[in-house]
Design a protein. Structure first.
Length: 342
């Protein structure tokens, strides 16, 4: 747990110092989450060892809650400081991109962890984080659609072979919103009662936008919306990279083989995985959605491995021709066994 705690909280502390002090600190968070992380992935051990099977991680839950709570002053306080121009134009730009990357890589990963927890309180905290990023529907679409249909054409968030990121992003945002709404409505038509989650997501987003507009004005609203959009794009990039071109074999009309280790891309780099709470160990997460992030495991023989760390692959994905040159051959190699099994 020390690795996750030190890596994530150092990023949060550098951003907080940048927002408070400006000056050289303004770029510290951005440097940490980009250049420093890149080189630490190169010089640190390629992958942290797997935790012993069955190990419990109560400290992992505490760190998730702490990161969830810290998300809100960083997001709203960051929007206020950046919009005010308190530290000047160049520091404000550095703070914007450093904070946006933290929200996209750490807050998103942590909210994802929280909505998978068993208790009501951590799930609600995870939902609140997504709502504050104007992406509340992900709290429904991810467990009710993505985890059911991942690596099939029925999942909006599983990228097809040859599909560029920008086309995927538009399709996945709309599709996940629609399919998440359909799944939640179907549940309420049969067994569940009470307030529809999408009403919570919509009301929360409107309340957040209204409060920011009232307290921070048009400039604050613009910065806040920009931070949210940037964070959403990073979540979509993560989905795009981690399932690109991988498909489960069809076992019958409308039926697919159970999801397995070969249906998600993984990255073993230790530092960036620590920053993203082991989100790059994606195959094991799909196999065991309730497993706490410190316990996620990696098997190089059975799991597709990305050629570079997940943040590097996300940058490559922004240039579709380069992405296809790097990934299409690898994806086809993993698709062959599925086609033979079908």
């Amino acid at each position: 747990m020390a690795r996750f705690t030190i890596i994530t909280l150092t990023g949060a502390a550098l951003l907080a110092l940048g927002l408070w002090q400006g000056g050289a600190w303004a770029g510290a968070g951005l440097f940490y989450i980009t250049v420093f992380t890149f080189f630490m992935d190169k010089i640190a051990a390629l992958a942290a060892p797997d935790a012993p099977e069955g190990t419990e991680f109560p400290a992992g839950h505490g760190l998730s809650v702490l990161l969830g709570v810290l998300h809100f002053p960083l997001l709203y306080g960051g929007a206020a400081v950046i919009a005010s121009g308190l530290h000047g134009v160049a520091p404000s730009v550095l703070l914007f991109f450093g904070l946006a990357l933290f929200l996209g890589q750490v807050s998103n990963s942590n909210a994802h962890e929280l909505i998978h927890r068993a208790g009501r309180a951590p799930r609600r905290l995870g939902v609140a984080v997504y709502v504050s990023l104007l992406f509340g529907h992900h709290a429904s679409a991810h467990p009710r659609v993505h985890h059911v249909h991942a690596a099939t054409d029925r999942d909006p968030n599983s990228a097809r072979l040859g599909e560029g990121f920008w086309h995927f992003a538009a399709r996945a945002w709309r599709g996940s919103f629609r399919e998440g709404l359909r799944a939640e409505s179907a549940l309420r038509a049969t067994a569940r009662r009470g307030l529809h989650p999408y009403a919570v997501y919509g009301a929360g987003a409107l309340a957040s936008l209204g409060a920011v507009a009232l307290l921070l004005g048009p400039a604050g609203l613009l910065v806040y919306a920009g931070l949210c959009l940037y964070a959403q794009l990073q979540l979509l990039l993560s989905d795009y990279v981690q399932h690109y071109g991988l498909r489960r074999a069809a076992t019958g009309p409308g039926k697919a083989a159970p999801i397995g280790p070969a249906h998600s891309w993984n990255a073993p780099q230790g530092f960036s995985s620590g920053l993203m709470l082991n989100a790059p160990r994606h195959s094991d997460h799909h196999a065991h959605p309730g497993r706490a992030y410190p316990g996620l495991r990696l098997d190089r023989a059975e799991m597709p491995i990305l050629p570079y760390a997940l943040p590097v692959m996300a940058v490559i994905a922004l240039v579709p021709p380069l992405w296809r040159r790097v990934m299409d051959r690898r994806a086809r190699q993993w698709a062959e066994p599925a086609r033979r099994a079908a």
